[in-house]
Design a protein around this ligand. Structure first.
Ligand code: SF4
Length: 188
C-alpha cells in the first residue's frame, strides 16, 4: 500500500500570525476553488510543491515538542488532500497535545460532502471556512474576508483567543530569506 503523503508548498516552524501562540504552519500545494483576488495564487497548481510522507511530516512537528502551541494548516486547499490530511491530524492528536487549526475555502456544509473530511474535522480545534470574497476583504483577525466562518470544534479556543494575533509578521527563514506571513497590509 502506498504511504500517505501531502503535497506541500511550504513549512514554517514558528509563526505568531497564523493562530494563537507560537505555531508551526504548513501551506499545502494545490487549489481548484479559484476565488477571484486570491492572496496565494502560487499555491494553486498541483504541479509544484513537494510531496512529503505523513510519517516524516508528523515526526518533524512532534520533534518541535513543547516549543510550539500547535499546528496551522493553510493553502492551497487542504481538503483537496483530505485523506492524507486525516492521517496527519490523527497521528498528531494521538501523540501530542498540539492544537490544530485549519483554513479551507469550503464551507463546513460543503465539507460534509467530501470523502475523509469528517476524519480531519474530528481532529481539528478550529476550522476557518469559506471562500475568499474580494468585496468583503478585511486585514484583521486571520480572516481574509468577513464572510469567513470560525468553527470552534473543541473547547480549546474561543474567538477571544484570536483577537491578539498580529495581522502579519516578517520572518527570517533558516536559509536567510525574508518572508511576510499573515495578511499583507500593503496590498489591502
Ligand atoms: S480557497 Fe484559498 S487558496 Fe484557493 S483560491 Fe480561494 S483563497 Fe485562494
Amino acid at each position: 500500500m502506498r504511504r500517505p503523503a501531502l503535497l506541500l508548498h511550504q513549512i514554517i516552524p514558528a509563526s505568531r500570525s497564523n493562530g494563537p501562540g507560537l505555531r508551526c504552519v504548513i501551506w499545502v500545494q494545490g487549489c481548484r476553488l479559484g476565488c477571484p483576488g486570491c492572496f496565494n495564487p502560487e499555491t494553486h497548481s498541483f504541479e509544484g510543491g513537494s510531496l512529503i510522507g505523513i510519517e516524516e511530516l508528523s515526526a518533524q512537528f512532534l520533534s518541535l515538542g513543547s516549543g510550539i502551541e500547535g499546528l496551522t494548516i493553510s493553502g492551497g486547499e487542504p481538503f483537496h488532500q483530505a485523506a492524507a490530511l486525516a492521517h496527519l491530524v490523527e497521528r498528531i492528536k494521538a501523540r501530542s497535545t498540539l492544537s490544530i487549526i485549519a483554513f479551507t475555502g469550503y464551507t463546513l456544509e460543503e465539507l460534509h460532502g467530501i470523502r475523509q473530511a469528517g476524519r480531519v474535522l474530528a481532529g481539528l480545534d478550529v476550522l476557518i471556512a469559506g471562500r475568499f470574497e474580494q468585496s468583503k476583504r478585511v486585514a484583521a483577525g486571520l480572516a481574509g474576508s468577513s464572510n469567513k466562518q470560525f468553527h470552534f470544534l473543541t473547547g480549546r479556543y474561543s474567538r477571544r483567543d484570536f483577537d491578539p494575533i498580529p495581522e502579519a509578521e516578517v520572518l527570517i527563514l533558516p536559509d536567510g530569506s525574508v518572508q511576510l506571513t499573515g495578511i499583507d497590509p500593503i496590498l489591502w
